[in-house]
Design a binder for this molecule. Structure first.
Ligand SMILES: [Zn+2]
Length: 178
């Protein structure tokens, strides 16, 4: 069974949204009858530039239909490096403490502050990592859904072939986890 738009019940203006997004990103090219939206049986082409026959801006639609953003964890090691600097300063403070005590205190103060920042960074990075790990399965699911969606240029409608999802292009980003 061919996939048709649930609204106009035609297949001549539909395209996988993943293809729309890829088409929208390759800016600077004219979409001839062999590429992009024009795949739809030759009946649909681009009036020119980045506007479709239905008057929609391709790159704008592509932005609206963009894939869910992959959750990314911050790199490890930044916090521990800073903790290391704090510890080093702490040793320096101990050494200096014998002679000019003011310098020792100052270094000690900085050591404590830097150490605290390092600890905080480490916990913060761990929290973000855990959050990203929890988001990962949701993102995978969202990507599977995203990959199965179609767009009808005629109706500005995003839909799943089973008809369960039907919404205008500007609502697509609301589908994804937050
Ligand atoms: Zn349609």
């Amino acid at each position: 069974m061919p996939i048709i738009c649930p609204n106009c019940e035609k297949d001549d203006a539909i395209q996988k949204i993943s293809a729309v997004v890829v088409g929208g990103q390759s800016s600077g090219t004219f979409y001839g009858p062999t590429a992009g939206v024009a795949y739809a049986g030759g009946k649909l082409g681009f009036a020119g530039g980045y506007t479709t026959l239905y008057g929609r801006n391709v790159s704008e639609i592509a932005k609206l239909l963009a894939a869910p953003i992959e959750p990314k964890a911050p790199p490890e090691g930044r916090g521990s490096t800073i903790i290391g600097v704090g510890v080093l300063l702490g040793f320096l403070a101990l050494i200096c403490n014998d002679d000019i005590s003011d310098l020792g205190y100052l270094l000690g103060f900085f050591a404590v502050v830097i150490f605290a920042v390092g600890i905080w960074l480490m916990f913060d990075a761990r929290k973000k990592r855990e959050f990203a790990n929890r988001q990962k399965p949701l993102w995978n699911t969202a990507m599977r859904i995203w990959d199965g969606l179609y767009y009808c240029w005629r109706d500005d409608l995003v839909f799943s072939p089973d008809g369960k999802i039907q919404l205008p292009s500007e609502k697509v980003q609301d589908l994804w986890y937050k």
